[in-house]
Write a protein that binds this ligand. Sequence first.
Ligand code: PMV
Length: 327
Amino acid sequence: MTTASAPGKVYLFGEHAVVYGEPAVPCAISRRAWVTAERRADSRLRVHAEDLSLDGFTVEYSGETDTAPDVDVSPGLIRAAMGYVDAAVSQAREAADTPEAGFDITIESEIPLGAGLGSSAAVVVAGIEAATRELGVELSTEEIADRAYRAEHEVQEGQASRADTFCSATGGAVRVEGEDCRAIESPDLPFVIGFDGGAGNTGELVSGVRKLRERYPFAADTVETVGDIVRQGERALAEGDIEELGTLMDFNHGLLSALGVSSRSLDRMVWAARDAGAHGAKLTGAGGGGCIVALDETEETETALRFTPGCEEGFRAELDDEGVCLA
Ligand code: PMV
């Protein structure tokens, strides 16, 4: 039996624009997913998952991946989660050259599903590490990141950048531009996260931005401007200038909103954070619902989020330098 874990992430800057070749800066956070893989005598796959959401309900899922679990979470989300586990196990079987290997897989996660915190990437990354190690194979972090990207790419039908999976595999702050992924230096960042209890549909949101870009030249310019914000943000990160990072996050959120991927609850949480004195705030991930990220070293934003209508959870998260590891 082997357990591995990997962190979730927030986008400091650059989601959506990264799909069109602009750079993005995701940062790993101190919320993780743990995946345990135990080799079976046969070639079947059995998945047991719990704590799939932040608000503490438990999803007991047991059976083959094609049977529907009886749980109080959207079946679409559960199906998606199981698709990621399937794809991770396929990658591990291929890496270890054991196509028939069967597993009992257990997932425990502190990262809400589909909410912009990289839950699927964390599960795929930890799943590949746990299953390959269980088969006696040790992959480098780069190989895990690459295989995790291929798994996500397959499940998301081509709508995936390397950002989530690379960040979850390596930990810390990273810079992703097309195929080029690298770790970057970052000071400690005082992340505060607000979660509206919902989730956006990444595929629909990505295709909405694509349509706007095709229809209006100024929407294409907006995407490019997000790239400019990211480049400016990298300089602010290198200088440890939190004030400037906040200003740029506010700007990035405004442009994401113009591109149609914010929502009323995300905007409310962003404004609650700004009113509470955060350096800056923006949605993180695909948008449409899910999470915002703010920078605030005081307690004010966390407290304000708790009293914001539509905000289900407000919590602090550290930048996590630890990427994928054996638990
Ligand atoms: O919501 P998440 O964490 O899956 O992030 C999606 C980020 C996008 O840029 C919208 C898509 C992508 O694959 O980069």
